[in-house]
Ligand binder design. Structure first.
Ligand code: GDG
Length: 726
């Protein structure tokens, strides 16, 4: 098992000073529990902040570190200013409200980005310091979004996973963040980026497309020659442990005590950190509304609201607390009697046993966040009900809503609707309660935190399993020098060069990519070197190649090898007689798609038709291209045509007409002992690479994954290499 390096803002421990002695206790949170197995078994490390230990003296710190080491934890200390600006300032005042769609809670002018970046760098440096080859690194949550890329820069071959515990918002919201590109790039340093739900994955993918122009293909995105996988991994809880606790005599006794004075009392339960995303005020209002509407329920139902103090250093939280206090006071004032208090409000953390007793004893669990990445409380309630009873009322904006179809769903902004749902929950017949709970329990018990951990780590391992040695990063200076020297030393050399994206950068419109005088001069000079044969192999029509490159002493191959002109004085020849009767229908269809996709255009070639969408709205363009591809495949694949997705192009052409076809033609007219080197940047060039004989070299240009063993960053790097040959 590969050693696991876990990285999170907080270490899963609580540090206490008891009569001058440092005490370190493991925290019992879901994440810590789920990860403790792999952490221990892999002899791994957990890196993070141990909490505020500034009051400890030097010997106490040494003591702390040795205790932490026993728990395989490595501390990273934050100064008070860092806690204030990195943790509270940027993470909690900017990223937290942003990801929960609460833009008006973000300060008008945040100045904490630099500190966020710096602390992320410190985390990355610390991890790099402890990293050994073969380790698996797993970075957690929004406080550390830049760490994956910072690590990738230091450890290019490391296996890195990232998981976001909070929602990834719609790209329309995410794009308001002034540092949006850096955050996206930060995450792309990982091999696997995980989220709780498929919607968050989709939002992230849309942000990549709109803000960085990166297209997600299935669940993969390619960036800087690397493949990054995206995935939904809904987090689970230690369900068996909650189930076990819920059956212990102590918990059962505590649950029984909840109704000692009034056995008929109906209990509604809310458990949250006191956070403005959790929707507590509207929850209270809906409870008030229920009492107002249903006088018969007064004195017979109680809401127990546990609100755990959280982020008390952030002003918004203090104001929120006042709002909640005031509402509780008002409702209790209106509907309380000398014998009955409608809302029991506990502003504190409660012991685990009491928590489970509340879950076990409640009639209705009331979970109404305005947004929540997942919400583990809902799952804990379900796991704590081995009796098979209890109703879950659940916000449709919690990530967990997608998993628990049998909860009563509510819109947490709709106070009236919530009051109705609460009424329904309190009156639900037992048979229905049991059948819903049964199905929810099956899901929660099976998809627990252990399964989540293994699912994520398994996916991470699969992404990073060593492949058939394709080049992931651009060739180093030394590697390039070796290739140049091999070419020079060969008895003869044949260069097969793609044009767009290889010799010239991609342009918004095809006609804008004409060769520069510099390019013409380099190609001419290389082609005149004795024993050197240059061929340009392009998808473009022969008229364009003729016009742009016709004067050079090079071979030209147009329309992916359909047409070839082996030297300036030779005629253009077509491969074979082709049936082109399908073209009018294909053109008509592509024009229809172009009409409804502003910016898209159709290009007609001899034996193929292409639909370009580089200038279309990025998201709509991709969507239309997908639809067009399916439409074309449905109509034409039976008639011997194939649909090719290219770089912002969808092309339809006869099967078997591809760049690979030219290899034999070129070899027939060049020395048998020549060294063949082919250069290309898109999928159509893979056909060329695949057709190369043994001993030939394929060079991929740009970032797309390729079978090529050598990679160059961009067309400028290709020209540099060509320059070195003459
Ligand atoms: C973030 C995301 C995502 C609460 N009060 C007490 C107590 N708790 C425990 C619960 C539960 C945990 O705290 C709260 O977890 P949630 O998932 O409900 O919410 P966040 O704290 O906001 O967590 C969230 C989660 O990360 C995981 O990815 O689900 O969406 O916001 O485990 O039991 N535990 C004890 N006493 C309390 O008073 N012992």
């Amino acid at each position: 098992m590969s050693r696991l390096l876990l990285v999170s803002n907080r270490l899963p421990v609580t540090v206490k000073l008891e009569s001058g002695q440092v005490q370190v206790a493991r925290s019992a949170g879901g994440l810590a529990t789920g990860l403790s197995g792999p952490h221990e078994q892999s002899q791994g490390l957990w890196l993070g902040w141990p909490g505020d230990v500034t009051r400890l003296g030097p010997t106490q710190v040494a003591d702390l570190e040795s205790r932490l080491l026993d728990l395989r934890c490595v501390p990273l200390y934050l100064t008070a200013a860092e806690v204030n600006r990195f943790y509270e300032g940027f993470s909690n005042r900017v990223l937290w409200p942003l990801c929960h769609y609460m833009l008006d809670r973000i300060p008008l002018h945040s100045r904490d980005w630099e500190v966020y970046r710096r602390v992320n760098q410190r985390f990355a440096d610390k991890v790099a310091e402890h990293h050994q080859p073969g380790d698996t690194i797993w970075v957690h949550d929004y406080q550390l979004m830049l760490v994956p890329r910072m690590l990738r820069e230091r450890l290019p071959d490391a296996r890195i996973g990232f998981f976001l515990h909070i929602p990834f918002p719609s790209s329309e919201v995410f794009r308001t963040l002034p540092w949006r590109e850096e955050v996206l790039r930060g995450l792309l340093g990982a091999d696997l980026v995980g989220f709780h739900t498929p919607s968050y994955v989709r939002h992230f993918a849309t942000s990549l497309l709109r803000l960085l122009g990166l297209e997600v293909d299935g669940d993969e995105v390619h960036d800087e020659g690397r493949t990054v996988r995206l995935g939904a991994f809904p987090m689970g809880i230690d369900a068996r442990e909650f189930e076990r606790l819920a059956e212990t005599p102590a918990v059962l006794a505590e649950a029984g005590n909840l109704r000692v004075r009034n056995p008929e009392l109906k209990l509604v339960l809310g458990v949250d950190r006191l956070d403005y995303t959790k929707g507590i005020p509207r929850r209270l209002l809906s409870f008030e509304r229920l009492l107002e509407r249903e006088p018969s329920l007064r004195g017979k139902v109680r809401l127990i609201q546990v609100a755990v103090p959280s982020r008390t250093g952030v002003e918004d939280y203090a104001r929120y607390r006042e709002q909640v206090d005031e509402l509780v006071g008002r409702i209790n004032g209106t509907y309380g009697t000398v014998n009955h208090t409608p809302i029991h409000y506990l502003y504190r953390s409660i012991p685990q046993n009491t928590l489970v007793a509340l879950y076990r004893g409640a009639d209705v669990m009331y979970v109404t966040p305005l947004r929540d990445g997942m919400n583990l409380v809902a799952k804990e309630f379900v796991a704590s009900r081995p009796d098979g009873d209890g109703v879950l009322v659940l916000s449709e904006f919690a990530g967990v809503a997608g998993e628990l179809a049998d909860a009563l769903k509510v819109n947490p902004y709709d106070v009236e609707g919530m009051a109705r749902a609460l009424h329904e929950a309190l009156h639900m017949p037992e048979a229905e309660r049991r059948s819903r709970m049964g199905r929810m329990r099956a899901r929660v018990l099976e998809h627990d935190v252990h399964r989540w951990v293994h699912g994520f780590l398994g996916a991470l391992k699969a992404v990073t399993a060593p492949e058939e040695a394709p080049a992931a990063r651009p060739a180093t200076r030394e590697e390039l020098a070796a290739l140049v020297s091999r070419l020079r030393k060969a008895p003869a050399r044949v260069l097969l060069l793609d044009y767009d994206g290889t010799l010239v950068p991609l342009q918004p419109r095809p006609e804008m990519a004409a060769p520069t005088p510099e390019l013409l001069s380099i190609l001419g000079a290389v082609a005149r070197v004795p024993g050197t044969f240059v061929h340009v192999v392009s998808g473009r029509p022969r008229t364009v190649l003729e016009e742009w490159l016709g004067q050079l002493p090079v071979g030209l191959h147009a329309e992916h090898g359909l047409w070839s002109r082996l030297s300036p004085d030779a005629p253009w020849e077509m491969i074979a007689d082709l049936d082109l009767s399908w073209k009018p229908r294909a053109l008509q269809l592509m024009r229809q798609y172009a009409d409804r996709t502003p910016g898209a255009l159709v290009e007609e070639k001899t034996a193929s038709v292409a639909w370009h969408y580089r200038l279309a709205d990025p998201e709509f363009g991709v969507q239309q291209a997908r639809e067009l591809r399916m439409h074309l495949a449905e109509l034409f694949t039976a008639s011997g045509l194939e649909v090719l997705p290219g770089n912002k192009i969808v092309e339809l052409r006869p099967r078997g007409v591809h760049k690979g076809r030219i290899v034999e033609r070129v070899r027939a007219c060049t020395p048998a002992d020549a060294l063949l080197v082919a250069f290309g940047d898109d999928r159509t060039d893979e056909d060329l690479f695949a057709a190369l004989p043994e001993g030939a070299v394929a060079v991929a240009v740009g970032q797309r994954p390729s079978r090529a063993k050598v990679r160059l960053r961009d067309p400028a790097a290709v020209l540099n290499l060509l320059r070195a040959l003459h």
